[in-house]
Write a protein that binds this ligand. Structure first.
Ligand code: ZN
Length: 543
């Protein structure tokens, strides 16, 4: 992946400081475990955004400053590392990711993330088949697009079957298409459209013959995926550890998890087990999504949260609230009925009264006014600050962002256009694509914003893919789309990926983070103020 040089340099040292909590700035009569000197330490402090050195003790920052200021904290056991001019950045936070779900299958899935060609992707299937027992499922759950492949196309059934002749193979593309090998179709008893959830169809070629593919939408693929064999409990726990380590490797120290389709109370059990064993390496703020359509969302949320108040948890794991699916009536629905809007309002008012975070998946600006109407109604009726989040909204208008800002709620955007930009430009026009999403506009308006990936079904979880896209606006096919006037600076990009942007009380200076953790003051603050509890994070070979 062609990172910019500064990003490459940053990655090289990220592991040195990931997760350090900026909670103890200033002098203390304590000697440092580690002092990093002669570097570029991105402080997050607008007044002094880059410092030369940092002193660290017990997972906390003792001092930021120049070499002499930090060397004052050296003791007999202090390790002093000369950075040789390299950059150190704060631990990254993905403000919208389906990490809990991704983790469950991370030990057993085949990943096509970052595969440069279909040949390489098929090779990954072949290698997994060799390592798997005959009959074991090989599942690619998403995170890829044909535009990332040199061949610019999807796999055929014959290619997948040739790569894994003795294993059923299931390859999903976003929530719109999947290819299954004959063994997989047989195992799931799929022979005709009647065997699929309504709305899904067998894909057919020009002659009307089934290709092995299935087409459908998010609800249909949620149901189809649920039919695949789930990893064992042990594999789910192993996957959770492995996925969180993988995120650490990429410099991520915190995630704000968005729940999502197919996430049930059982989906949290592996996470809870790793937390109970005090082995979480990633701070997780989690929320509850509405269960399958047709169930009473209010009753479900009330039942599930009776003994779990918002904010309950510790530095590593914290319950935030509800979403990204709050009610199915307002999920991907640009034309909700009055009854659906009233039902959403009642759930939202209930959540507001309990101080819950509420986050809503909302793709289109043309219809988001209906959601913001409800937010404003709750804001009038329940006089508490709403630590809420509007998710996605790639085509956000200035008018909508102004309403978001006035409400004090956050906007979580992701790098969806990295995969989808070329298609979006064709459908909506180049002008629209050049401001999708309008990052600099949001920043300059002072909207509370957080960056993320929405991984891993629809996007890579790699934060440096997102950071690079924030800065160069290029799609996976290499087409630069974002207008210069919508391009944030590097420091702004890091702010969006660390402690959110201007507007949040916690995001103005490093010192602001020294206030006690865990009193949520912005939609993103819960994750941003978690501490890293162990020094296992100090894994850099140079440290
Ligand atoms: Zn999402």
């Amino acid at each position: 992946m062609p990172h910019r040089p500064w990003l490459r340099a940053a990655v090289g040292l990220l592991a040195c400081i990931i997760g350090l909590h900026l909670s103890a700035i200033g002098a203390r009569a304590q000697s440092a475990d580690t002092i990093l000197v002669n570097g570029k330490i991105v402080s997050g402090d607008a007044a002094a955004p880059v410092r030369g050195a940092i002193a660290i003790a017990d997972g906390k920052i003792l001092a930021l400053g120049d070499d002499a200021e930090t060397r004052r904290f050296a003791g007999p056991r202090t390790q002093v590392v000369d950075l040789g001019g390299r950059t150190v950045i704060p631990g990254l936070i993905d403000s919208h990711i389906h990490g809990i779900r991704a983790a469950l299958s991370f030990a057993t899935e085949v990943s096509w993330i970052d595969a440069a060609s279909l040949t390489e992707a098929l090779e990954r299937i072949r290698a997994a088949a060799k390592a798997a027992k005959p009959g074991a499922w090989l599942i690619v759950a998403g995170g890829w697009t044909e535009e990332q492949f040199a061949e610019r196309r999807r796999p055929t059934q014959a290619e997948l079957a040739a790569a894994a002749p003795d294993n059923p193979v299931y390859v999903q593309l976003y929530y719109r298409w999947a290819m299954l090998t004959p063994l997989a179709l047989r195992a799931l008893n799929i022979a005709s459209d009647a065997d699929l959830p309504s709305g899904a169809k067998l894909e057919r070629d020009a002659d009307g013959n089934p290709t092995g593919g299935i087409t459908g939408g998010i609800r249909e693929f949620g149901a189809i995926f649920a039919k695949l064999p789930a990893p064992s409990d042990a594999d789910q726990v192993a996957g959770t550890r492995k996925f969180f380590r993988e995120m650490n490797r990429l410099g991520v120290t915190g995630i704000v998890d968005a729940g999502g389709v197919g996430v049930t109370p059982e989906s949290y059990q592996a996470l809870f087990k790793v937390w109970r064993e005090r082995e979480l390496t990633l701070r997780v703020s989690y929320s509850l999504s509405a269960p399958a359509p047709g169930e009473d969302e209010m009753k479900t949320f009330q039942d599930l949260t009776r003994l779990v108040p918002a904010g309950f948890g510790d530095d590593m794991l914290r319950f935030a609230g509800i979403g990204e699916i709050v009610t199915w009536g307002l999920y991907n629905n640009d034309h909700p009925t009055e009854q659906q809007k009233q039902q959403f309002y009642e759930v939202a008012r209930w959540a507001a009264g309990r101080g819950m975070q509420l986050r809503v998946h909302w793709p289109h600006d043309a219809s988001v006014g209906q959601l913001l109407d409800i937010f404003e109604r709750v804001d009038r009726d329940v006089k508490v600050a709403l630590h809420w989040i509007v998710d996605h909204l790639d085509d956000a208008s200035v008018a909508s962002l102004a309403r978001v800002k006035a409400l004090g709620v956050g906007w979580a955007f992701q790098d969806a256009m990295y995969f989808a930009g070329d298609r979006y430009a064709k459908a909506a026009g180049l002008d629209a694509a050049r401001r999708a999403p309008p990052l600099a506009t949001g920043l300059h308006m002072g909207v509370i914003m957080g960056a993320g990936t929405d991984a891993h079904r629809v996007m890579s979880y790699n934060p440096f893919v997102a950071l690079r896209w924030i800065l160069d606006g290029k799609t996976v096919a290499g087409v630069p789309l974002r207008a210069a006037e919508e391009t944030p600076t590097r420091l702004e990009a890091l702010h969006l990926y660390t402690k959110a942007a201007p507007g949040s009380p916690r995001t103005k200076t490093v010192a602001a983070l020294s206030s006690p953790a865990n009193s949520p003051t912005s939609p993103f603050s819960i994750a941003t103020t978690f501490r890293y509890p162990s020094r296992r994070s100090l894994a850099c070979s140079r440290c």
